[in-house]
Design a protein around this ligand. Structure first.
Ligand code: HEC
Length: 448
């Protein structure tokens, strides 16, 4: 540091000397990590490491061997580039780069934390910051939506009387017979890509986030809609979640190409599998919960042992990106995607045994034990018998891509949601359309 710079730095920093370095201790997890995530990680994270520097874990944050000024000198903010780069008057050196300086209150926090010794109050110095910070409170949903929002997640309540719909930072609850809006559950992720009923019947789990920024898996109380806890976080969205029938294990599919296996009680991650070479788009759980399976944009399907996370088999007979996978039994699976067809295969043989083609790009499948339902780009849901894989019936009414499907076998009800924001519900007994309407409260004209 040259003398002129040192003086400027002193001038720049004296006016924000801490009220009291002794004051209440600043928490890295609760106060510092959220600042770094919001203002710094885009350029210094897993995706980009500008200046060769990353700060997405505490361990990375403290490392930069080659720099003239250390990133952190505990007890001395002026000798820590993490602080002086925030306050330097040289605009082209200041962090965050090409953005207004951090608000003074935040700079003050960082100053105070370093003065207090730059302590780490998390458990694991190598854990991504996004996983150690407290769960975000998301702002309320808009009263009514300015434009139709694609429907990406649907789930029936265990009694089949209500349907849950993913919205903007909320989950909407509608009457499954009339479509009436019954409840709006706040503090959901910016977008939700899957809603999963907990096998305990008392809560539900959402997988979602903000694409390219944040992944969240959240648990909510079903009766009250209360946010219970955050189960997982990541730097990109979660697209699917599956649970073992005993409710003990949760599996998550990440847009960051990873699969995570969690123990539900503690929300502790027991396995992280870098399973796919691209986004993991879909998951399935075997009926007995001993195996789970995944598909990805890499055109591959994989089957794993749930207890050990060990890869059992890989299916490679699709030519295009995959989006949907289901177990027909403990051994047999169906997969579908941009091949415009459904493949059935035994995981022990990993060879196509049956195929149902000519369906357009497929994004979602559900299986109720008796029939398989598949939906996608045509806006139609095709019902097929699993044994022969022949189409039996087509459910029509939606006119845009289908991005969500749900089935409730006991009440013989099928739900689908489309890209233009419409939700439709049919009876699977006679194929009759029960209702079709905008999924979210919207002022935009209703498409008929
Ligand atoms: C828009 C991109 C961008 C953002 C946002 C950003 N940085 Fe940087 N950062 C850079 C670049 C580029 C460099 C390389 C040095 C340079 O060009 O000045 C750098 C360098 C650094 C260095 C120096 C590494 C070394 O080798 O000494 C530190 C420390 C740093 N940034 C911290 C931060 C902090 C803290 C934040 C958030 C408050 C932040 N950066 C936000 C782009 C960014």
């Amino acid at each position: 540091m040259n003398a002129r710079f040192a003086i400027l730095l002193l001038l720049a920093t004296t006016h924000l000397l801490p009220h009291s370095a002794k004051g209440s201790p600043v928490s890295f997890r609760n106060e510092i990590a959220p600042i770094l995530l919001e203002h710094c990680q885009t350029c210094h994270g897993p995706a980009e490491q500008r200046g060769g520097y990353r700060l997405d874990t505490f361990d990375f944050l403290t490392r930069n061997e080659d720099a003239a000024t250390p990133v952190l000198t505990p007890g001395n903010p002026e000798k820590s580039s993490l602080f002086h780069l925030l306050v330097t008057p040289e605009a082209d050196e200041r962090m965050p780069k090409k953005a207004p300086p951090l608000p003074e209150a935040l700079r003050q926090k960082i100053h105070q934390w370093i003065t207090q010794g730059a302590q780490f109050d998390g458990e694991d110095r190598d854990a991504p910051l996004v996983e150690i910070v407290p769960a975000k409170n998301h702002p309320p949903a808009p009263h009514s939506y300015a434009a139709p929002l694609p429907v990406t997640a649907l789930a029936f309540t265990p009694d089949g009387k209500k349907i849950l719909i993913g919205g903007l930072r909320e989950i909407l609850v509608r009457d499954a017979t009339t479509g009436d809006l019954l409840q709006r559950i706040p503090n959901a992720s910016p977008r939700t890509f899957d809603i999963l009923m907990h096998s305990d019947g008392a809560s539900f789990i959402t997988a979602g986030g903000a694409p390219g920024e944040l992944g969240e898996v959240r648990q909510f109380d079903l009766a009250t809609g209360r946010f219970v806890r955050q189960l997982a976080a990541s730097s990109d969205v979660f697209l699917d979640a599956e649970m073992t029938p005993n409710g003990k294990t949760l599996v998550l599919a990440g847009a960051d190409h990873s699969l995570s296996v969690l123990e539900m009680i503690s929300a502790r991650r027991t396995h992280r599998l870098n399973a796919h070479a691209d986004v993991v788009t879909g998951l399935a759980m075997s009926t007995d919960g001993t195996r789970f399976a995944s598909v990805g944009l890499d055109r591959i399907a994989k089957v794993y042992d749930t207890a050990t996370g060990k890869l059992l088999n890989t299916y490679r007979e699709h030519q295009n990106a995959l989006f949907a996978i289901r177990f027909l039994s403990n051994d047999e699976l169906v997969t579908a995607g941009k091949d415009k067809s459904v493949h059935a295969w035994k995981h022990t043989e990993v060879k196509k045994s049956r195929e149902l083609g000519g369906l357009g790009d497929l994004f979602r499948t559900v299986f109720d034990g008796a029939s398989l339902y598949a939906g996608g780009a045509t806006g139609k849901v095709v019902q097929a018998s699993p044994d022969k894989l022949t189409a039996q019936r087509t459910f029509e009414g939606l006119s845009d891509w289908i991005g969500a499907l749900a089935i409730h076998p006991e009440t013989e009800t099928l739900a689908a949601g489309s890209h233009d924001g419409i939700v439709a519900i049919w009876s699977t007994k006679d194929g009759a359309l029960r209702f079709k309407q905008p999924a979210h409260p919207t002022e935009a004209p209703v498409s008929k």
